[in-house]
Write a protein that binds this ligand. Structure first.
Ligand code: ADP
Length: 453
């Protein structure tokens, strides 16, 4: 809500001839000074007034100008100047000149009230200006009455003064700008130097990383070559050993054959020893050959749809012969319902046989059990035993080639079974893990994808 401290205008001036523009400008500045506008604002509103006045004189032949003070909705006072043209404006949509004028004041508008068009502008009075009470208004009027309007020359002189001070201000602003520009250029130079330094450091780091990668590539190529030559060596040696060992076994069998000349008891025992040692050797050679083949990637899994029930039946049959201890029970659990998965049946059979065989080898009493179950898109095979168990710190080591846990559990074998089993399971797209603790038995878990590798 706005409240008019005084309905009476502070001052009224008629604009009819060119000369009046100077008077309006001068009086406008005086009114602004009297109500408490700061110097800059006085010049601003005076300039806006003279511009609009010149415009109205040209387009409408003159106007009646009046000055008022309003209390605004923001609780502040505003100096308002109304310019009512003396004849209708040429165009209803008359706009007070350019935006440059409207920037000089807070509001500049053209409004038509009850058929009368008024160009209205206002500028806010600073908060620290004295309150414009009715008494103050009376004083304003007397003050304004005292100062008679000067001549156009006077006003021109004042305008000149104002122009000079405005020019001064522009000059000082330009100097400030030059200082700022210099500072900016300095900052830019700093940023550029920092950027160059960072770029250099980055390039240096990059060169280091590239060199490191080259070294790594070289090392891994060397490792690959070493591993390949190890596999090749194992394969060749095993292959070359197999023929003579097979020959020894064959010859041993011939010596003890009933068709051969009878041997003395001692000779018979020694030939048996030769045969069993040769059989052990053949076993080792065969395992080495298998492992070398698996490592060199020469085993191609033959993936087909496998029904686990006959495979389990087979395992039950072949391993029963190895379960020689009466205190140890071999349990291959029955599968309820169809148990199908896509995998290489021979390789899976080898892995499970190997794990079950280990269980039977190392378990003195209790049981060795194979259980299979499906979990989502994977099959899990658990081979558990009630044997001596394996301490956690050895869980990785027993999957190393030739590693056998020293001590009581060492009962023959080569130390190649588990690494081979893990290789095969990996080839089939699965994993082989161990859960065990010393004295608590062991559980080896094979997990395979149902859909094949
Ligand atoms: P091998 O059985 O021919 O010695 P493996 O690679 O199959 O070779 O096993 C490595 C070692 O891991 C075995 O010598 C044995 O010390 C330990 N081990 C394997 N299976 C079991 C098990 N079920 N219980 C206890 N120890 C085991």
């Amino acid at each position: 809500m706005t409240e008019e401290p005084s309905a009476q205008p502070l001052l009224q001036i008629a604009l009819r001839v060119e000369q009046d523009i100077f008077v309006i400008r001068q009086r406008g500045r005086e009114v602004a000074a009297v109500v408490g506008l700061e110097h800059q604002d006085q010049v601003r509103i005076a300039t806006a007034l003279s511009e609009v006045a010149r415009d109205l004189l040209r387009t409408a032949g003159g106007a009646d100008v009046s000055f008022h003070v309003d209390a605004g909705a923001d609780g502040r006072f505003h100096l308002r100047a109304d310019l009512a043209p003396v004849s209708p404006l040429p165009d209803d949509r008359y706009q007070p000149q350019s935006g440059a004028v409207s920037r000089l004041v807070d509001t500049l508008s053209v409004s038509t009230v009850e058929g009368v068009t008024v160009v209205r502008m206002s500028r806010r009075v600073p908060a620290n200006a004295p309150m414009p009470t009715p008494e103050r208004f009376a004083e304003f009027r007397t003050e304004l009455g005292r100062t008679a309007p000067g001549s156009a020359l006077d006003e021109l002189t004042v305008q000149n003064g104002q122009l000079i001070s405005a020019l001064d201000e522009v000059r000082s602003q330009r100097d400030e700008l030059a200082v700022l520009n210099e500072e900016l250029a300095e900052t830019n130079r700093g940023v550029l130097a920092l950027y160059n330094q960072l770029t250099e450091e980055l390039e240096e780091t990059n060169r280091g990383v590239v060199a490191l990668y080259a070294e790594l590539d070289e090392k891994s190529a060397q490792l690959r070559a070493a591993s390949e030559s190890k596999s090749r060596f194992l394969a060749n040696v095993s292959h070359e050993l197999r023929a003579p060992v097979t020959a020894i076994i064959g010859l041993g069998r011939l010596l003890t054959d009933s068709a051969s000349d009878p041997l003395t008891d001692e000779q018979g025992r020694q030939v048996d020893l030769i045969r069993s040692s040769a059989a052990d050797l053949l076993n080792l050679v065969n395992e080495l050959l298998d492992l070398a083949k698996a490592e060199s990637g020469r085993i191609e899994p033959d993936v087909t749809e496998v029904d686990l029930r006959p495979l389990f039946g087979q395992l039950r049959g072949t391993l029963r012969a190895l379960a020689t201890r009466p205190e140890v029970e071999l349990v291959v659990e029955e599968l309820t319902g169809p148990a199908l998965l896509r995998t290489d049946e021979v390789l899976l059979g080898q892995v499970l046989r190997n794990l079950l065989h280990n269980g039977l080898k190392f378990t003195e009493r209790g049981e060795v059990r194979l259980r299979a179950s499906q979990h989502g898109d994977r099959w899990q095979f658990e081979v558990s035993d009630t044997g001596p168990g394996i301490a956690p710190e050895l869980h990785d080591r027993i999957f190393e080639e030739f590693y056998q846990i020293p001590g009581a559990t060492r009962v023959g074998g080569t130390g190649l079974g588990l690494p081979y089993a893990r290789r095969l399971v990996t080839l089939l797209g699965g994993s082989l893990e161990l859960t065990s603790a010393a004295g608590e038995g062991s559980t080896f878990t094979v997990s395979l994808p149902t859909g094949g590798a």
